[in-house]
Design a protein around this ligand. Structure first.
Ligand code: TYD
Ligand code: MG
Length: 456
C-alpha cells in the first residue's frame, strides 16, 4: 500500500512547508501555499528497474579523467547553435522559457523538423496532431521528418520513448505533464518538479538530450518552481514583443557554454527566420536626417548591435509632464533627465519625454545612455543629428561620459556598417588603436556639454 503524505508548496518559488503559512518564508510572497499530496512509497523509476548506483564512481584525480571527445550534436539553426555554445550536448536537459504566443512551439517544431538523420520525438500536451501538422506545413522547413506524440502522462511517454528510442526529445510543455507518482494536479509545483526529475534521470542515463518548453508567469518568472532552473543544464529565454517581428533567444544559464550569447529571429508567415546581420535591420533606412533620432553601438550577448533610439520632447499639455519609455528602463530615463536638468541646465522639467528603442528590442547595455541623451537633446533643440553618427558611452550622475566595455568591437561594427563618426568616452581610448579604424572618426568626450557643443 502506498502511503499518502501531503505537504504545502509555495506556487511561486517552490518552497516546502509541513503546515500552511500565509507568507512564504523563502520568497516573501503572500498566499501562495497550496496543499499537494505526495506519495512517498512505491516510487517507480522511469523504467521501473530496481535502484542501483547510477555510476559506480570512485574518487579519481582530475588530471586522470579522460576527456571523452565531447561530441555535440550540430543544429542546422545557427542562432540556436551559438546560444547553446556550439550544438546540443548529449544527455543535456534544456529549458526554454517564454511568454505565451511568443513562438516557443514554433521554434522547437522548426528545430525538430530540421534535424537531419536524427530521430526526434516532439511530445505535445497542448496541441492536437492535426494542429501540429498544420503548423509544420506552415513552417515547411524541408522534407525532413519527426515523430509527434500528443500525451501528458509521464509513464506513457516513457513507454513510447522506450519503443521508439529517439535521439532527441522535445516536451511542449513541462506544465502539462502528469506523473502518477505524485497526486497533485498537472502544473503544480510538485508535479513539475517530479516530471523534470524523471526526465533528467532519463536524459543522463540514456545520453538523450531533452528540451523542455516552460511557460512564464506575468512577472517574467518561469512558472513553477525555481528548482526547475537549478535542475536543468541550460535555461534559454525566448523574448520579444509579440507585436513586433523580432525575437531574441537569450541564454540565462548554460553549463556547457557562455551565457552572454543571444540569437535573433524574425517571425514571418512561414515560421522563424534567423537574422544573421541584426544591425542592418534595426536601423531604419531614411533619406534625410530627422531630429530626435540617434544610433547607439550596443553589445547584446556577445555581439555588437547598432540600435536606433528615438526621442520626442514636447511641452507638457497637462500639469504633470509625462515620461514614457519602450525598450528602456523608465527609471534610468528619469535619471538621465535629472542629470540633464541639474548638471547641464536643460529645462526639461515641464516637458513630456517619450523614448522608443526601435524594433521592439529591450536594451540593458548602459552604453546606450549617450545615444538616449543625444536623442532627447536633438528633439528638444529640434536639430537633427547626422545619420552617419553613432554613440557608445555611459552617462554618470554628474554628467560625465563614462567608458564602456569592448569598445573596439563597437567601433569596428560601426565602421563596418558605414558610420562616419562615433562618440566615445575619453577614458575609453587607452586600449583603442585608432589606426585600425581609418574609415571612422573617433570623437572622445568627457562631459555632456562637450557633446552638445560638438553636435549643435
Ligand atoms: P507559438 O509557437 O504557438 O507560441 P508559444 O508556443 O510560445 O505559445 O507561436 C504563436 C504565434 O506565432 C502566433 O501568434 C502566430 C505566430 N506565427 C507566425 O507568425 N508565423 C508562423 O509561421 C507560425 C507557425 C506562427
Ligand atoms: Mg506553445
Amino acid at each position: 500500500m502506498a502511503k499518502l503524505k501531503s505537504s504545502y508548496f509555495c506556487q511561486h518559488c517552490g518552497a516546502q512547508s509541513l503546515k500552511w503559512v500565509g507568507k512564504c518564508p523563502s520568497c516573501g510572497e503572500w498566499n501562495t501555499f497550496v496543499e499537494e499530496v505526495i506519495q512517498t512509497e512505491e516510487k517507480e523509476d522511469w523504467k521501473s528497474k530496481e535502484a542501483k548506483p547510477n555510476r559506480a564512481s570512485k574518487p579519481q584525480l582530475i588530471s586522470a579523467i579522460v576527456l571523452s571527445d565531447e561530441h555535440r550534436i550540430p543544429v542546422p539553426d545557427k542562432e540556436l547553435q551559438r546560444v547553446l555554445g556550439g550544438g546540443i550536448v548529449p544527455g543535456s536537459l534544456v529549458l526554454i522559457g517564454g511568454e505565451p504566443g511568443i513562438g516557443k512551439s514554433t521554434l522547437m517544431l522548426q528545430i525538430a523538423l530540421s534535424m537531419k538523420n536524427l530521430k526526434v520525438l516532439y511530445v505535445s500536451g497542448e496541441e492536437s496532431e492535426q494542429q501540429i501538422r498544420m503548423r509544420a506545413e506552415r513552417i515547411a522547413a524541408g522534407a525532413f521528418e519527426c515523430y509527434v506524440l500528443t500525451e501528458t502522462s509521464m509513464q506513457y511517454i516513457f513507454k513510447q520513448i522506450e519503443e521508439l528510442e529517439p535521439n532527441l526529445v522535445i516536451i511542449d510543455s513541462i506544465q502539462t505533464l502528469y506523473t502518477a507518482k505524485v497526486e497533485s494536479s498537472p502544473g503544480s509545483v510538485s508535479q513539475i518538479r517530479e516530471c523534470a526529475a524523471e526526465l533528467l534521470r532519463f536524459a543522463k542515463e540514456t545520453s538523450t538530450p531533452v528540451f523542455l518548453i516552460g511557460h512564464i508567469t506575468k512577472d517574467g518568472m518561469i512558472a513553477g518552481p525555481k528548482v526547475l532552473e537549478h535542475m536543468v543544464d541550460t535555461v534559454l529565454q525566448f523574448e520579444g514583443d509579440r507585436h513586433h517581428i523580432y525575437r531574441i533567444l537569450r541564454s540565462m544559464k548554460n553549463r556547457f557554454g557562455s551565457t552572454s550569447e543571444i540569437g535573433i529571429y524574425e517571425m514571418q508567415g512561414g515560421g522563424l527566420r534567423e537574422v544573421t546581420n541584426p544591425s542592418e535591420i534595426l536601423i531604419s533606412q531614411r533619406e534625410e536626417a530627422l531630429s530626435g533620432i540617434t544610433i547607439a553601438a550596443t553589445i547584446e550577448g556577445g555581439r555588437p548591435l547598432l540600435i536606433e533610439t528615438q526621442a520626442l520632447v514636447s511641452s507638457a499639455v497637462y500639469g504633470t509632464p509625462q515620461r514614457s519609455a519602450t525598450g528602456f528602463d523608465l527609471r534610468r530615463l528619469s535619471m538621465l533627465l535629472a542629470v540633464l536638468e541639474k548638471r547641464c541646465g536643460f529645462l526639461l522639467g515641464a516637458k513630456d519625454v517619450f523614448l522608443n528603442i526601435a524594433g521592439g528590442i529591450r536594451v540593458e547595455d548602459p552604453a546606450i545612455d549617450l545615444a538616449v541623451v543625444c536623442a532627447i537633446l536633438s528633439s528638444n533643440e529640434d536639430v537633427a543629428i547626422a545619420s552617419k553618427t553613432c554613440f557608445a558611452a555611459e552617462v554618470g550622475l554628474s554628467g560625465e561620459i563614462r567608458p564602456v566595455n569592448r569598445i573596439d568591437q563597437r567601433v569596428s561594427e560601426a565602421e563596418k556598417l558605414g558610420f562616419e563618426s562615433i562618440y566615445i568616452s575619453k577614458y575609453n581610448t587607452k586600449g583603442l588603436d585608432k589606426k585600425r579604424y581609418p574609415n571612422i572618426q573617433i570623437l572622445e568626450v568627457n562631459k555632456i556639454e562637450q557633446v552638445f557643443g560638438l553636435l549643435f
